[in-house]
Write a new protein. Structure first.
Length: 195
């Protein structure tokens, strides 16, 4: 018999409503407003105006009840609302896994970009419904809504991977995703942006 440091949860079915971004049963919900994204957008005055002008919800993350502990495999559904700040698409904070482990994102609705950065190389993958993006161990990752409707995706990740948001503030993500003539324009971070 396998021994566990913590009692494992029992098998269960998870029902996913992709159009409403709900899970049943459902665990916690994380809400990120514009004010939670300080230091991430290039146009700081535009970000400050957005915070002052209603501080909108940029994205939410609905989790299943599976806990973030070793050996478990939690799931969550993220919804990023459409918008831009100084021409830069609304996005998640982005994070690195302190314990380098892989993750998958399955597109559920809308159109998004998956920005990956390993400290040297940057990759950009576009995610549409039914498409899976694979995040290898050691790659920081950020999701971006590049469409005009909510972008939704299912994430499945090892429970012990963790979330290091400070890594992205320190190292950036290599590229920024900007809206240009209804297209996605990828622009390099400047050295001054990284302090
Ligand atoms: Fe992750």
């Amino acid at each position: 018999m396998t021994s566990y440091a913590t009692p494992p949860i029992s098998p269960f079915l998870l029902t996913l409503d992709a159009s409403n971004a709900t899970l049943e049963p459902q665990g916690s919900t994380l809400v990120r407003r514009m004010s939670d994204l300080g230091g991430l957008f290039a146009d700081v005055p535009a970000w400050e105006r957005a915070v002052a002008d209603g501080d909108p919800i940029v994205y939410t993350v609905v989790s299943s009840p599976v806990p973030e502990i070793p050996r478990e495999l939690p799931q969550s559904v993220t919804t990023i609302h459409p918008g831009t700040i100084g021409g830069e698409f609304w996005m998640t904070k982005g994070h690195q896994h302190p314990d380098p482990q892989g993750e998958i994102y399955l597109g559920l609705g809308g159109c998004g970009g998956l920005l990956l950065f390993d400290g040297e190389r940057t990759e950009w993958l576009e995610i549409t419904p039914g498409v899976v993006g694979y995040i290898p161990p050691g790659w920081a990752h950020r999701s971006v809504n590049i469409g005009d409707e909510p972008y939704r995706f299912l994430a499945v990740y090892p429970g012990s991977a963790g979330h290091d948001y400070g890594w992205v503030l320190k190292h950036g993500m290599g590229l920024r995703a900007r809206k240009s003539d209804s297209q996605v324009e990828l622009v390099p971070f400047t050295p001054t942006e990284l302090g």
